[in-house]
Design a protein around this ligand. Structure first.
Ligand code: PLP
Length: 384
């Protein structure tokens, strides 16, 4: 701890309450929130509150056991059926978190002699899951199809009997850019590999009614494993995996984070179900279009970042990396934004590479145009 305290990477917990309008309220006073993954403002939506309250009245709080023992209740099954239908695939399975879903699928599908091929920017939950697996792990530079192709050739030669699993995010969590899903599907088919796509930041954001980027690219039935979380745009908590029935049956039998962990509380499953119904409704689509209106405004007004931008300046998602560079300056910029009334914590190593510290600015459907304008003006005015 002494060493950590001396450096610029000390992390602290902040106690927060959330205002009715989605603002965060730290002890010092309310700040406009540019850090949340609650892209549509569903975390405080009445439809979700009501669904959760009804489920608490009917089922109580805890599930009482793992799904396979006696923790599977009606809300879990209804949610899984609705998720599969919404995603346009045969079946879905829910986990207590996205982190647990990643561990479950990697453990169930990859063992000794198999090969895992990850995009360099793939979320830490997969890196951790791969560490616990006996499979060989290879990483390709971010979105680099040529390097991926060479790795697939290598895997075919060196591990001809092994299963090869490519994993990527559809919208990347810290850079906000997109994976070339159509090209990835073509490659995985050519090499007989499996493709996993983590849609954590695309669900509710990309595709009609927020079905995700795989849907937008019309490859949702060709991606072998669609992963996501209910903790971002759905505004709840819990992870999911979706795909063919045979995949889901295998996960029920082999995914250790599913088998050996207590089921998600039924009220959260009910709230996530309500969130999906909302996405599918006219109101949901209006919220999503309002989000995109705000994303376009941010894209037009955000000044260039001092450390350059790793993502292209196209409005590809609700995530805007504003790269400052060194860790101490990023913390300083964040503090100056807080003084001006905006909440955007510095994102530092190990969440992103050393020297690529940034503000990860996120947009929500609930921002008002003048709030986005004020933030971008404040950033323009910082002498860096
Ligand atoms: C947040 C996130 C996860 C983990 O999901 P939780 O439900 O928060 O555990 C997995 N993958 C990506 C890309 C994420 O951003």
């Amino acid at each position: 701890m002494e060493a950590i305290r001396r450096g610029p990477l000390l992390r602290r917990l902040r106690e927060m309450t959330v205002g009715a309008d989605g603002s965060v309220v730290p002890a010092a006073g309310a700040l406009v929130n540019f850090a949340s993954n609650d892209y549509l403002g569903l975390a405080s939506h009445d439809a979700l509150r009501e669904a959760a309250k009804r489920a608490i009245d009917q089922y109580g709080i805890g599930a009482g056991a793992s799904r396979l023992v006696c923790g599977t209740m009606t809300p879990h099954l209804q949610l899984e059926r609705r998720l599969a239908q919404f995603k346009g695939v045969e079946a879905a399975l829910t986990f207590s978190s996205g982190y647990a879903a990643a561990h479950g699928v990697i453990g169930a599908l990859a063992t000794e002699g198999d090969v895992l091929i990850f995009d360099k920017l793939l979320h830490a939950c997969f890196i951790d899951a791969a560490r616990g697996s006996k499979a060989v792990v290879r990483v390709f530079p971010h979105n680099h199809l040529g390097k991926l192709e060479s790795l697939l050739e290598w895997a075919q030669q060196e591990h001809p009997q092994g299963r090869v699993l490519i994993a990527t995010e559809s919208i990347f969590s810290m850079d906000g850019d997109r994976a070339p899903l159509r090209e990835l599907v073509a490659l995985k088919k050519r090499f007989g590999a499996l493709l996993l796509v983590d849609e954590a930041h695309a669900l509710g954001v990309a595709g009609s009614h927020g079905r995700g980027l795989a849907h937008e690219c019309e490859v949702h039935r060709e991606v072998d494993i669609l992963m996501g979380t209910m903790s971002k745009a759905l505004g709840v908590s819990g992870g999911y995996l979706a795909g063919r029935r045979s995949l889901i049956d295998l996960l029920i039998n082999r995914a250790r984070s599913f088998i050996f962990s207590t089921a998600q509380p039924p009220a959260l499953a009910a709230a996530a179900h309500a969130a999906l119904e909302l996405l599918a409704s006219d109101e949901g689509e209006r919220l999503r279009l309002a989000l995109w209106q705000n994303i376009r405004q941010m894209n037009a007004q955000l000044p260039p970042a001092p450390g350059g931008s790793s993502a292209t300046r196209r409005a590809e998602s609700a995530i805007f990396p504003w790269i400052v560079g060194d860790e101490a300056s990023a913390v300083d910029v964040s503090a100056r934004l807080a003084e001006a009334g905006f909440f955007a914590p510095a994102i530092r190593y190990p969440t992103v590479a050393r020297g690529a510290a940034r503000l990860r600015l996120t947009i929500s459907a609930r921002h008002r145009p003048e709030q986005i304008q004020a933030l971008t003006k404040c950033l323009s005015g910082l002498a860096l």
